[in-house]
Design a protein. Structure first.
Length: 490
């Protein structure tokens, strides 16, 4: 690699949008699989939130973001992504993303939970992620300043003698050196037995960063999507929140409503969890709202249901909460810089302060493109650095199938929608034992960060609900640096 190049680890929305925005600066994108195949971005159904409609504005969007985040959203960051979001939507349109339009040609915008206005742009109902990724992939493959290298899984970060990050170590001992490294590695859903994410998403990015002492923020906050389709698939297919925005209702097995359909995600997920635990079941009833229009309005959801022998036009859809999005991750500033020189983070592996304890629906794609654009602006304009040769680095061990399956069940049971101190302590002890047996695999490091922060937060806030501490108190963020927990006032 050219010593002045930028290395982007991850080829989802954040990684590819950043790469395109870097032009003309050369960059290399590492993808752990063929582009689009192991990316949660491709599976995003609802779309991207942006204040584009008459009667809406950035201040209203930022206010909704702050309210959803249960006291931990940085208001300045909420306003930043709300302000810059509309321009990034226009960028995506210029790249060929065919967002849905109204009959008069305006962007069609849907309503999702905890938004005060319809502001989610989407594609063919539930195909936003796939359409965005198809457009970005085509543009990135054609861009002369971008080199995409597929089937390369990063395992550890390389640093020079001064501690500056200068590349990554991949499977097989292969190294990629660079002037600047951006982690865009996605989330942690694969650590859980029930997830809507690719099972490869096991927190490897924020585990790699934690290993070298990067500041980690709020790892305890894992968002569970309330309406994964419960048909025994791994990962679980998703029934987008936009269905409820169009009038679908959540009911139990008796057909009774038990939660507001458009309440915040943490509220809906807990209500569904409790209903299922009580044996009453939970379902999404879209028969009246969608009817015969279901295949055209929400083709992805319809196909997933039909593949399991379930026709959502005539029967309610069985649902369950599933690990969906990580609000925590590698702490960054408003330009995407981490606490370690030469290392940047963007997308779900980053913690920018935008999501707090509970991400507002469809703000994830928004945050990804806004911060990708901001990182690109800095790296285009900054003078290239000249890191020294990397110091010798050993890759952490891989986690074999059996302990990985055990870990996923452990996290599902004890770090899920409802938690308590006894279960978290039990899980921490077992993760420690697994580390003694199998070594400090990245998945075990990521799990330990989530569990230890959840154990230390003796309150309930947003997506983190402790049945033994059901009330909230003074809000604070969690920061972990080189193994030390640091609670900072909000």
């Amino acid at each position: 690699m050219n010593k002045h190049s930028v290395l982007i680890v991850g080829a989802g929305l954040a990684g590819l949008f950043l790469a395109l925005k870097l032009a003309p600066r050369r960059c290399v994108v590492l993808s752990q699989a063929p582009v689009g195949q192991a990316s949660a971005s491709s599976w995003a159904q609802g779309g991207l939130a942006a204040a584009l409609a008459p009667g809406d504005n950035a201040a209203l969007h930022a206010d909704d973001t702050v309210k959803a985040g249960a006291g931990l959203v940085d208001p300045a960051v909420a306003r930043l992504i709300a302000d810059e979001g509309p321009a990034r939507v226009l960028d995506l349109i210029a790249l060929g993303v065919p967002f849905d339009r109204t009959p008069d040609g305006a962007l069609a915008q849907s309503l999702e939970a905890a938004h005060s206005r319809p502001r989610v742009v989407r594609v063919s109902g539930d195909l936003a992620g796939r359409a965005i990724m198809d457009a970005l992939t085509s543009a990135a493959r054609a861009a002369p300043h971008i080199e995409i290298i597929e089937n390369k899984r990063a395992r550890a970060l390389l640093r020079d003698v001064n501690g500056r990050v200068c590349g990554v170590l991949c499977d097989g001992g292969e190294t990629f050196e660079a002037d600047e490294v951006v982690l865009a590695t996605g989330g942690v859903g694969g650590l859980y037995a029930v997830t809507t994410n690719p099972v490869e998403a096991m927190g490897q990015g924020f585990a790699m960063a934690a290993r070298i002492g990067a500041l980690i923020a709020d790892p305890e906050f894992v968002q569970f999507h309330p309406t994964a389709i419960d048909i025994g698939r791994d990962p679980a297919p998703l029934a987008t929140e936009a269905l409820r925005g169009e009038g679908a209702h959540i009911v139990n097995g008796a057909g009774d409503a038990f939660v507001s359909d458009l309440a915040a995600r943490d509220v809906v997920a807990r209500a569904i969890h409790i209903e299922r635990q009580a044996g009453r079941g939970a379902f999404l009833d879209a028969r009246e709202a969608m009817g015969a229009h279901f295949p055209d309005a929400f083709p992805t959801v319809f196909a997933a249901c039909m593949s399991a022998g379930l026709d959502p036009r005539t029967a309610p859809i069985p649902i369950a909460p599933a690990a969906h999005y990580h609000m925590g991750g590698i702490a960054t500033d408003v330009w995407g810089r981490t606490s370690i020189e030469g290392l940047w983070a963007v997308g779900e592996c980053a913690s920018t302060g935008a999501h707090g304890a509970n991400r507002l629906a469809s703000n994830s794609l928004l945050e990804a493109v806004v911060f990708a654009g901001r990182i690109a602006a800095r790296l285009r304009d900054d003078a290239p650095q000249s890191p020294r040769a990397p110091e010798p680095t050993t890759a952490p061990p891989s986690l074999a199938d059996q302990p990985r399956a055990e870990l996923r069940k452990l996290m599902e049971a004890h770090a899920g929608v409802v938690r308590d101190g006894a279960g978290l302590g039990q899980a921490l002890a077992r993760v420690h034992a697994l580390s003694e047996i199998h070594g400090q695999a990245n998945a075990l490091v990521a799990s330990q960060l989530i569990l230890s922060a959840a154990f230390a937060r003796t309150e309930s806030r947003g997506a983190h609900f402790r049945s033994d501490y059901p009330d909230d108190h003074a809000p604070h963020r969690t920061f972990i640096a080189a193994g030390r927990d640091v609670a900072a006032a909000s």
